[in-house]
Ligand binder design. Structure first.
Ligand SMILES: *Cc1c(COP(=O)(O)O)cnc(C)c1O
Length: 380
C-alpha cells in the first residue's frame, strides 16, 4: 500500500535515539536545547521553543499573547481542526475566513471579519504554500492584531526569500513533527519567535507555569531558601518535549535540505503529468512562493468524481487522503452554531480535493504507477 504520507527513519535516526536511552536524561536534557537551537538556525528566528506537539504549540502561542475569553481569532476552515481548537481552549471564538484557489486564507476577505473582539490571525500555509504574509501583516498592523503562522505544513518553505518560521511578518510561527510532516520526532512541535517577552512566557507556560530562575522569583525573602525552591507563577501545562524525541527530531532536521529537494522533484513530476490534463486542476506556486510540499493536492470536477477516484486508487493500493473537511462542518462546531455555507469556496475546495502520495522515500516507479492509475481512471 502506498499512503499519502509516511515517515522516513534511517540508521542515523535510530542511533541518535539509542544514545539518549543510554544517557542520563530522557526528558529535558541537552537534546531539547540542541533541537531548538538548530531549528531556530534553520528557519532564521531568534528563539525556538520545543513542545509536545503542534497542537500544544498553537495553544501556548495563543496563551502567550494573553488571549482571553470572548475575544476572536481568525483562521481558515481548510486546515486541521487544531488551528481553530486552540481558540476554543482559551474560551475564544474562531472566525472562519474563506479561501482562495490555492487553499489559502483569502487575505482580501479578512478585514470584513474583524471586530473589536478580534485579537489573533492564524494564517495556515496549507500544503506547504506560504500565505500572502505581506498583506496579512498590513491588516494586522492596522488593527493591532497578532499573527501566529500555522506552519505545520511549511517547514522549509520560503516567502519572498524569507524562510517560513523566521517571523519576519508575524509574532510567532508554529511547527509540527507528527510522522506525516516533513520531519518527525514521533510527536512534537516547535514555536519560533523573535520576541523575547513571548519567548520567556512560552518557556514558563510549557512547564506548569513554574520557574526555577532566582531572578524571576516573586518571594521577597530568599533566606533559608535552597536550590529545591521553585515558584508556580501562572497556570501552565506539561507540554514538554522529551530528549528522546528531540534527538530524533534533530537527526531528521539534518536531512531537511534533501527532503525538500526530493519533495519538489516529486511535485515536478506530478505537475508535468497533469498540467495539460483536462480533468485535473493542479495548484501551482505563484511568484514569491517557494512550496515545501507537505501535500500534493489536486482538484477534480466534482464531489462524485473525487469519491470515485479515491476509491479507484484505493483498489489500486494507493491510499490518498482529503485535506480538509471544513473545520466548522464537524459536529462539535455545528453544535456551537456554525452553519454550512459559511465559506462557499472552502466547501467547494473540500468536495473536489484529493491529496496524492508525497513523501521523500516515494520511489520513481511508485510515482509513475500513481500517475498511470490516475490517467487510466479518466480514460475508462
Ligand atoms: C499537523 C497539524 C497540526 C497539529 O499538529 P500535531 O503535532 O499533530 O498536534 C496543526 N495544524 C496543521 C495545519 C497541521 O497539519
Amino acid at each position: 500500500m502506498i499512503s499519502y504520507a509516511r515517515q522516513s527513519i534511517d540508521k542515523a535516526d535510530i542511533k541518535a535515539v539509542l544514545k539518549v536511552l543510554k544517557s542520563n536524561f530522557l526528558t529535558t536534557g541537552p537534546e531539547v536545547n540542541k533541537f531548538e537551537k538548530k531549528l531556530a538556525e534553520y528557519v532564521g528566528s531568534k528563539y525556538a521553543i520545543a513542545v509536545a506537539n503542534g497542537t500544544a504549540a498553537l495553544h501556548l502561542a495563543c496563551l502567550a499573547t494573553g488571549l482571553k475569553k470572548n475575544q476572536e481569532l481568525i483562521t481558515s476552515p481548510i486546515t486541521f481542526v487544531a488551528s481553530a481548537n486552540c481558540a476554543l481552549y482559551c474560551g475564544t471564538k474562531p472566525i472562519f475566513v474563506d479561501i482562495n484557489h490555492q487553499g489559502l486564507i483569502a487575505e482580501d476577505k479578512i478585514e470584513k471579519k474583524i471586530t473589536k473582539q478580534t485579537k489573533i490571525i492564524i494564517p495556515v500555509h496549507y500544503s506547504g504554500l506560504p500565505c500572502n504574509l505581506e498583506k496579512i501583516k498590513k491588516i494586522a498592523d492596522k488593527y493591532k492584531l497578532i499573527i501566529i503562522e500555522d506552519a505545520s505544513h511549511a517547514l522549509g518553505a520560503k516567502y519572498k526569500n524569507t524562510r517560513i518560521g523566521d517571523c519576519k511578518y508575524s509574532d510567532m510561527a508554529v511547527f509540527s513533527f507528527h510522522p506525516v510532516k516533513h520531519i518527525t520526532s514521533g510527536e512534537g512541535g516547535m514555536i519560533t519567535t523573535n520576541n523575547k517577552k513571548l519567548y520567556e512566557k512560552l518557556i514558563i507556560l510549557r512547564t506548569h507555569g513554574i520557574t526555577k530562575e532566582e531572578h524571576r522569583f516573586k518571594a521577597r525573602n530568599l533566606n533559608l531558601i535552597g536550590s529545591w525552591y521553585y515558584e508556580m507563577q501562572e497556570l501552565g501545562y506539561n507540554y514538554r518535549l522529551t530528549d528522546i524525541q528531540s534527538a530524533l527530531g534533530l537527526s531528521q532536521l539534518r536531512k531537511i535540505g534533501k527532503i525538500i529537494k526530493k519533495r519538489r522533484q516529486i511535485a515536478k513530476k506530478y505537475d508535468n503529468a497533469f498540467k495539460k490534463h483536462k480533468n485535473i486542476e493542479v495548484i501551482y506556486e505563484k511568484k514569491g512562493q517557494f512550496n515545501s510540499y507537505h501535500l500534493y493536492p489536486i482538484k477534480v470536477k466534482d464531489e462524485k468524481t473525487r469519491f470515485k477516484l479515491f476509491n479507484y486508487l484505493k483498489k489500486k493500493n494507493i491510499l490518498c487522503q482529503v485535506h480538509y473537511i471544513p473545520v466548522y462542518w464537524h459536529p462539535y462546531y455545528q453544535n456551537l452554531g456554525y452553519k454550512r455555507g459559511l465559506c462557499p469556496k472552502a466547501e467547494d475546495f473540500y468536495k473536489r480535493e484529493i491529496s496524492l502520495p508525497m513523501y521523500s522515500s516515494l520511489r520513481d516507479k511508485d510515482i509513475d504507477y500513481i500517475i498511470k492509475c490516475i490517467k487510466n481512471f479518466f480514460n475508462k
